[in-house]
Design a protein. Structure first.
Length: 223
């Protein structure tokens, strides 16, 4: 049964050659050839047969002239085939890594941003973060893009915390005392809080980079 999809992909390729030209044709053919190489060595487990049959049926539907001429439909189908490779290989660990690093980045962003930007900046990102999380769980490419939008802010907040920690390294006690007086907190508590925030900013920087790297590396997992 594994060869059925290869035949469908070959038929799609022939249609692409017929109806497309230039860079569009080259790009789509390159994607198809890559998928054919992937699927040529995959063995479809019984639990994935329904998904595999669905890919075949969608491919046959795509071969209709009014569908194959629609580049968006062709691109979506090829992305769908690419994402399914991870399912057929039972390799969804990258998705868990992306979700965990996303949630950690968002949590630390909300915790550390108010010190320098108030609560307005985190509030602005509430909806994009919520939609990004929902989209990533469903493995939607648009959701991944929304999720990754928090990375620049995470890096910015972490950098500001680390930069200020570096600048106050020589007179950290004076810095802590100033914050303690203005906040009516004890110097010891303020010191511990400042140290905790600095360490969390390192974690925030790491989680932001992890999210970005994995989002780029495993973007084909998303449709």
């Amino acid at each position: 049964m594994e060869k059925d999809l290869l035949l469908v992909l070959e038929d799609v390729k022939k249609k692409i050659v017929k109806f497309y030209d230039g860079k569009k044709k080259d790009k789509l053919i390159s994607q198809i050839d890559s998928l054919k190489n992937e699927y040529a060595v995959i063995e479809i487990a019984e639990k994935h047969e329904a998904t595999y049959v669905s890919l075949i049926n969608k491919g046959k539907e795509l071969l209709k002239e009014n569908n194959i001429k629609d580049e968006k439909k062709v691109s979506y189908y090829l992305r769908y085939c690419g994402a399914a490779v991870y399912d057929f290989k039972d390799n969804i660990k990258p998705l868990n890594t992306i979700l965990k690093s996303f949630l950690l980045t968002c949590t630390l962003f909300f915790a550390l941003a108010p010190q320098y930007f108030g609560f307005i900046l985190p509030f602005i990102f509430v909806i994009p973060i919520f939609m990004g999380l929902r989209g990533m769980r469903k493995r939607v490419l648009h959701g991944l893009m929304l999720g990754v939008s928090v990375v620049p802010m995470g890096v910015l907040i972490a950098t500001i915390w680390l930069r200020n920690a570096y600048l106050t390294m020589g007179n950290f006690d004076v810095f802590v005392s100033g914050i303690a007086q203005s906040s009516n907190l004890s110097p010891e508590f303020t010191r511990n809080l400042a140290m905790a925030c600095i360490m969390l900013s390192v974690v925030l920087l790491g989680s932001s980079i992890t999210l970005f790297v994995n989002a780029i590396k495993y973007r084909k997992m998303f449709i």
